[in-house]
Design a protein around this ligand. Sequence first.
Ligand code: IPM
Ligand code: MG
Length: 352
Amino acid sequence: MNYKIALLPGDGIGPEIVAQAVKVLHAAGKKFGHRFEFTEGLVGAAAIDAVGDPFPDETLRLCMDSDAVLFGAIGDPRFDNDPKAKVRPEQGLLAMRKKLGLYANIRPVSTFQSLIHKSPLRPDLVEGADFVVVRELTGGIYFGEPSGRSEDGEKAYDTSIYTREEIRRIARLGFEYAARRDKRLTLVDKANVLATSRLWRETVQAMEAEYPGIAVDYMFVDNAAMQIIQWPKKFDVMVTENMFGDILSDEASVITGSLGLLPSASVGIHTSVFEPIHGSYPQAAGKDIANPLATVLSAAMLLDIALKLTEEARAVRDVVNRSMEAGIVTEDITEGKAYRTSEVGEWLAANI
Ligand code: IPM
Ligand code: MG
């Protein structure tokens, strides 16, 4: 089969890590008899510099016309340190999520046997941890209006808004994931303080009857932040709103030992987007040292979820595991010889 894949490398280390995933996808295509046609689009600071818009219409059209999107990273220190910047690279990512209707972000967290020792947590706590964060991605405080500054600049505000239907559609996905896994779902909210969280809780409580096989529990986000670290094996599927999911998924990455290992899938109405959960790591940009595995594992999710190529996806995950066992990894996850980003990509492509 022929598949069209949009590549949005973005900023910082984005281009180098996406390039490795492309090598692996080409190799997988060759092995299994598929052709992947890649087309690059602009996003983020790179797009602001080129055309003044962090998510140009042309990029939107490219995404809409593709079978899947592989995304690198977004963010640039030039903008981070300028709170007054009129246009920000991150707006490109948010516009992409909104315009493609990507209301669900799936972030699986699991450990790799050969890396257990890299986790700052005790091995007996993290070994076997395996859960999925299902993060709402197009609502809440990231998008609520009004948001801005008072005229005198002395006051700023953001608004968190959720409708019952927005909560239902993401919760449904969480229940479906739980049904295919260990049949446990945790709703993370702040219902003791926030009105939106109380609507989340009420909505999910009302859905419990539709999914009798799933055990549901409810946890305040502060408590969840503690339990992820103290008892990560307790979780199976965690469903939560946009900002809580953003924060908890970075926290969860310490369980695996490196932020460079966590892939994600954003799904919803139009073309799905696959991206590592980490940022643009500007200090490493162009140095060929960044860990490409989160992006390669995102490509595996792309094969699995967008193209329904499960065997191909398994082959990608398998070669990633073997690279770790063989120690063909970047500096962030080894005490021994560190390989370059491009060398890891080449090894994966040659050994799939
Ligand atoms: C993420 C990132 C983004 C987010 C940023 C870059 C806007 O942190 O995908 O988790 O907050 O959603
Ligand atoms: Mg984040």
